[in-house]
Design a protein around this ligand. Structure first.
Ligand SMILES: [Ca+2]
Ligand SMILES: [Ca+2]
Length: 170
């Protein structure tokens, strides 16, 4: 290659390398790590909220009350990334990935799914053929079946659960 051409080629390589590095910006990898950040002891940071896995099985209602007692609600999930973070948090404490309550319920209006923290239902990860309200099922859990996705189930069943802080913790 002549000198100007090789210079152009080198620049092109550097630009492509730069683009490749931008694609793996560290901020995009945050959901892959369990970090306490500025969260209290036993809580973990994702975005500007703190999350806590509670292993003690409770009914959905008691789980929500437990979260509320700690200025939190049962977790609401708003993206594929947040869903991956919540599942990773659960797996960290429960390698078996057992069913775990999240903040979804349709107890007020059958089929009218609401998050207990009042946020909009703008993302859903229901398992195949769910929700089916099979046994009057008005509460939502994750880690259902082999797909480990969401299912509706009777609220009186006791499961472990995940709380999500209400206020910005960062
Ligand atoms: Ca239902
Ligand atoms: Ca169901």
């Amino acid at each position: 290659l002549s000198s100007p051409l090789s210079c152009l080629f080198t620049m092109l390589v550097l630009i492509l390398l730069g683009l490749a590095l931008m694609a793996v910006d560290p901020s995009d990898e945050q959901e892959l790590k369990l970090l306490r950040g500025n969260c209290p002891m036993f809580w973990y940071s994702y975005g500007d909220r703190c999350y806590k896995y509670v292993a003690t099985p409770m009914t959905w209602g008691n789980a929500e009350l437990h979260c509320v007692s700690q200025n939190a609600n049962l977790v609401s999930v708003h993206s594929v990334e947040e869903e991956a973070f919540v599942k990773m948090l659960i797996q960290n404490f429960d390698p078996a990935e057992a069913p775990t309550w999240i903040g979804l319920s349709d107890a007020q209006e059958e089929g009218g799914w609401l998050w207990s923290d009042g946020t909009k239902v703008d993302f859903q990860a229901w398992d195949l053929a769910q929700p089916d309200n099979q046994k009057i099922e008005n509460c939502g859990h994750t880690n259902h079946g082999i797909n480990k996705k969401w299912n509706d189930y009777p609220c009186t069943h006791t499961y472990s659960f995940v709380c999500k802080s209400r206020q910005n913790c960062s």
